[in-house]
Design a protein around this ligand. Structure first.
Ligand SMILES: [Zn+2]
Length: 172
């Protein structure tokens, strides 16, 4: 697939879902935008493990097949490991074979927000928690129906709450 058709397909797919595209200059800090939850880098360092901080606040990526959440199939909710905002339900989870938890749709279109990521030669669509700005993963257009999208998520950026258990309170 060439670059033009890839980005074209992704743009069309995201437009279809009404996902707001936030244009940003290349960079790795999503913390400075107008997110509902604002915390300093030092505050996040205290709240998160070093590995979680690297992913959520510095757009790091965990090794594939490293997260037990990749194998979760039971019903429940995946919440942001930073602020506890519910982001995905198991109903929209599938085994992509990539070694990262993969979903074809977030709980709400506005659960996550996106921006272009130019770290690799091919631009990718980065997505993050819409409440705290914590980086979650990247969206690709090779997912299953009905959306055709693959939300490729870092397991360390999520916590899984099985159905029937109370969801954690949002971090304030
Ligand atoms: Zn969050």
């Amino acid at each position: 697939m060439n670059r033009r058709s890839f980005t074209g397909a992704l743009t069309a797919a995201t437009a279809l879902l009404s996902i707001p595209i936030v244009s940003c200059a290349a960079g790795n800090n999503t913390g400075s935008k107008n997110f509902a939850l604002q915390k300093s880098e030092d505050e996040w360092r205290k709240l998160l493990s070093p590995a979680q901080f690297s992913i959520l606040r510095k757009e790091g990526t965990e090794p594939p097949h490293s997260s037990p959440l990749d194998k979760v199939k039971e019903a429940g909710t995946f919440v942001c490991a930073g602020c506890a905002l519910p982001l995905f339900h198991t109903q929209a989870k599938y085994d992509s074979g990539t070694g990262w938890p993969s979903f074809w749709q977030p709980i709400e279109d506005n659960s996550v927000a996106t921006k272009k990521d130019y770290k690799l030669i091919l631009p990718r669509t980065e997505y993050h928690c819409s409440r705290c700005g914590g980086h979650q993963g990247h969206i690709f257009d090779d997912g299953p129906k009905p959306t055709g999208l693959r939300y490729c998520n870092n397991g360390l950026a999520l916590n899984f709450i099985p159905e029937g258990e109370a969801l954690p309170e949002l971090l304030t």
